[in-house]
Design a protein around this ligand. Structure first.
Ligand SMILES: [Zn+2]
Length: 427
């Protein structure tokens, strides 16, 4: 009860428009697709007009492409605006940032796996409406924002900052893992009693689950949701997580610039938060328009992920009409360098997917390349008997152009943060 009050007071100060927008999203949750599209069109038009008026960068882009925000009348017309990359955002940051004087701006930062950092200012509604969409997702699992929760993020916390972090965690009814010892994991597991949800990097959730299972820890909990963020949730994680907690990891998909893009419903489908974002797919890549992004307009942004969209007339049995992202395949852009050719790093995704589908061999992997034509492929499971299947699948994609050194029984977990499935030091 006290924590609910603390949450309410904190929200009133930081996110005054959250509550009313949350109530709006409760209503739109079961709107028809037509109604949602109609809403998107209006909201998009208003963002485009705003960008035209207040962002020097977009005014120029619109003009160059003969795009008239005032006559914007169909979402298809959006295609007239060229897509924008992270590099473009970084290089044109000051001319993108809107000159409108907002009552309140919140500092935001995105690091991204590509390593390019971007900092920008978010207006209060952007931040609040994004949180509201996340909390609507929580409500699908009967989780309240102030419920007790376990948090798995980077563990390497500066000791000087640890006290402040512990205090902030307390206020948010949150506890986390500070180190990766069996003892700390045991303590974390005991702490789960009374917690309603667990969230963080999916690779870390998986690691905790493995430790709990291998130590045979009895975890008494009443978790209602386990949410993976910032990283791909691999199917291969689910059996361990199910075994440890009796629940699977659900997907929250988004980024700092784009805001929340999609949230997985209890039926296992990632519904696009249409009220906040427009998602397009171009050559297998996602483009996002963030409808909340008035202070720093994000229009047709190439987030850098390969995605698969579900068929447009697909109907989820949960009853929501919001379209579904079938799969987030992984990062695009990074290339494997063979002796003669280049290959998309996404090829590994298909290699291991085929292994699972066709040979029933489920493996977690990380590929590392330091020189052209050679890859070290580390595999977590100690199953050297599967080597010939792995080699057979690799050949389908890389022929004899890449030589593989395959190691089994390698711990892939990085305590620093995100788990990467392909690391290259070749530029
Ligand atoms: Zn659904």
């Amino acid at each position: 009860m006290i924590l609910k009050s603390i949450y309410k007071i904190g929200t009133k100060q930081r996110n005054p428009s959250l509550d009313s927008y949350y109530r709006f999203l409760e209503k739109t949750d079961f709107w028809s697709k037509e109604k949602l599209l109609d809403y998107q069109l209006k909201k998009c038009k208003s963002l485009l007009e705003f960008a035209d008026k207040h962002s020097e960068f977009y005014r120029k882009v619109f003009k160059e492409n003969k795009f008239e925000p005032s006559s914007f009348n169909s979402l298809d017309v959006l295609k007239k605006i060229p897509s924008i990359s992270k590099r473009d955002l970084i290089e044109n940051k000051s001319s993108i940032q809107s000159n409108f004087v907002f009552k309140k701006l919140i500092h935001s930062e995105s690091s991204g796996t590509s390593g390019q950092a971007l900092s920008f200012l978010k207006n209060e509604e952007w931040d609040s409406h994004n949180r509201a969409a996340m909390f609507r997702g929580y409500s699908w699992y009967e989780v309240k924002p102030w419920d007790k929760n376990g948090y798995l993020w980077g563990y390497n916390i500066n000791p000087k900052k640890a006290l402040k972090i512990k205090l902030l965690d307390k206020l948010q009814n949150r506890f986390r893992l500070f180190s990766y010892s069996d003892n700390d994991i045991k303590e974390f597991a005991v702490n789960l009693k009374g917690a309603k949800y667990l969230h963080g990097y999916s690779s870390m959730i998986y690691e905790i689950a493995k430790t709990i299972n291998s130590l045979n820890l009895k975890v008494s909990h009443n978790l209602k949701m386990i949410k993976g963020t910032s990283e791909k949730v691999y199917d291969s994680y689910q059996p361990e997580v199910q075994k440890a907690f009796g629940l699977k990891i659900i997907n929250e998909y988004g980024a700092a610039e784009s805001g929340l893009i999609a949230f997985e419903c209890p039926q296992g489908n990632m519904h696009i938060a249409m009220e906040n974002v427009i998602v397009e797919e171009e050559n297998g890549e996602i483009l996002v328009t963030n409808l909340l992004s008035k202070s720093f307009p994000i229009i047709r942004y190439k987030l850098g992920d390969s995605i698969e969209l579900e068929d447009s007339n697909f109907k989820c049995i949960c009853g929501r009409s919001h379209p579904v992202i079938k799969n987030v395949l992984g990062r695009v852009g990074k290339m494997v360098i063979g002796k003669n050719s280049k290959y998309p790093s996404l090829s590994f995704y298909y290699v291991f997917k085929n292994l699972a589908m066709e040979h029933n061999v489920v493996l977690n992997y990380q590929a590392v390349q330091h020189k052209p034509g050679t890859i070290v492929l580390n595999i977590e499971q100690n199953k050297p008997a599967t080597k010939s299947f792995v080699e057979q699948e690799l050949k389908k994609y890389f022929k004899d152009d890449v030589e593989f050194e395959i190691n089994f029984g390698v711990s892939l977990h990085s305590k620093e943060g995100k788990l990467k499935d392909f690391i290259t030091t070749i530029d």
